[in-house]
Design a protein around this ligand. Sequence first.
Ligand code: NDP
Length: 486
Amino acid sequence: MGADIGVTGLAVMGANLARNLARNGYTVALHNRTVGRTDALINSYSSEGEFVRTESLSELVESLERPRRVLIMVKAGGPVDAVIDELKPLLDEGDIVIDAGNSYYEETRRREAALREHGLHFVGVGVSGGEEGALNGPSIMPGGSKESYQTLGPMLEKIAAKYHGEPCCAWVGTDGAGHFVKMVHNGIEYADMQVIGESYDLMRSLTGLEPSQQAKVFREWNTTDLASYLIEITSEVLEQEDELTGRPLVDVIVDAAGQKGTGRWTAISGMDVGSPVTTIAESVFARSISSQQELRKITNQVFPAGINEAVSAEELYGSGDSRQDFVEDIRKALYASKLVSYAQGFDMLTAAGAEYGWELDMRAIASLWRAGCIIRADLLDTIMKAYEAPAGERPANLLLAPEFTEAISECLPAWRRVVAAAATYGVPAPVFSSSLAYYDSLRRDRLPAALTQGLRDYFGAHTYQRVDKPGTFHTRWSGDRTETEA
Ligand code: NDP
C-alpha cells in the first residue's frame, strides 16, 4: 500500500500539516528540497504516525496511492511554480496537486487552468490558523474542481478545526476561490486588529487607562457580542510585563506593524472587483504609516501631537459623564466598525463570485471561520443567521440584515461620539472614521458624485446621466453651455 498523501515543503507549516495528517491516521510521504528538514521531522515525530521518507519528488510521487495527492507547502510565488514544473511530468491523469500556501488567487487560477489541460486537478487551499492551527486543526478553504473534493475533502475535513463537532472545512468554489476566500479572511483580520488598536489608543490617550487596566476591559468585552480570539489575546498582550524593564511589553515594542502582503492583495482585489473595502484598505495604510518611522519622528517634532494627559470626561462630553461611559462608547464603536468591515468583506465575496463565476455560499464561508482561524468570533454565528434567508431574500449587503441594522442603530450615537472625540483631540482612528463614512455614504440619498460627474464632463467630456430622463449627456462647457445628447 502506498502513502495516502505526499507533502513537499517541510518548513513550519508543511511539517505541522504533515504531522496533523499522520496523527489522524494517514500515511504521509515526506519531501523537502533540503533533506535535513525531512530527517529532522522524522527524528522528532516518527512516533506520531506513519511517515515515508523520500529524497526527491520522483521518489515522493512513486510512494503514493492513486489517484495521487501531493500537497505543496513551499514559499509562495516562484517556488510553487518551480515545484509544479518538476511534478507535472511525474504525475498521471486524475492526480491532485494541492497548494495550501498563501498564494495569490490569480496565480492559482492560472495554475489550475494550466494543469487542467494536462488532466491534473489543481486545488488552491486557503489555510488559516498559523503554525498552531496547522498542527491541531486549521480552518480550511479549498477551491479547485468539485470532483477533486470528493477524494480530498474527507481528508481535509478530518484534519480541520471542529466547531461543536462540525469541521471548519468545505469546498468553496472552483479554481482560485479557496485562496480568494482566505485572502478576504486575512483582510478582515487586518481590520479586526486595527479597530482593536484604535480602541486601545483612544482609551490610553483620552481616558488614561494603562495597558494592564485595559487588559481587564478587553477581558470584560470578551464576554459581550465582541467575543473573539483576537479580543481574548489582546488582554494577554496588554497585561504582559517586559522582563527587562518591568514596563508593559506593549510600551517597549517598536510601533511599526509588519505585513506579508495579503491585506494589500485584498484591498487591491476589492478595487478590481468594484467593492469598496475601505476598512481593509485603511488598515493596510495604517500599517504603512506606522512603518514610516523617520517621517513620523520629524513630523512629531514639527507638529507635536501633545496628547500627554488624559482628557477628562467633562471635556469629552461637556457633562459629568464618567470615564466608563466613554469606554463603553469605544466598545460600541469597535463593534459597529467590525460589523462594517465584515459587511464589506462579504460584499467583496459577492462581487468576486459574480466576476469569476464562483457560486460562493456565504453562510458556509462564515461557518468555516468559527474555529481554527485568527478571526474566529461569535459574530460569525450572527452572519450565518443573516444568510439563512431563502435565496432572493438574502441581504444585498450585511448591513441590511435585521441583526446588523439593529446592532448598528444601537451603537450609532456612541460611534459618532467616539469619531468626533478622536478628531477633536487628534487621535488617529482611521477605521472607526472610514467605516462610519461608509455607512453614512450608503444611506445618503444623494452623494456629491453628481458634482464629480459634472467636473469630469467639464474637463474631459466624460458625459453624465440625468435623474429625469434616460440617455447620456454632455454640456458644451467651452462653447455656449447648452446640453447635447451624446
Ligand atoms: P516558507 O514560506 O518559509 O518556505 C520555506 C519552505 O519552502 C522550505 O521547505 C523551503 O525548502 C521551500 N522552498 C523555498 N524555495 C523553494 C524552491 N525554489 N523549491 C523548492 N522548495 C522551496 O515556509 P512556511 O512553512 O512558513 O510557509 C509555507 C506556506 O504557508 C507559505 O505560502 C506561507 O505564506 C504559508 N503560511 C501560512 C500561514 C498560515 O497561517 N496559513 C502561516 C505561515 C505561512 P528548503 O528547506 O530547502 O529551503
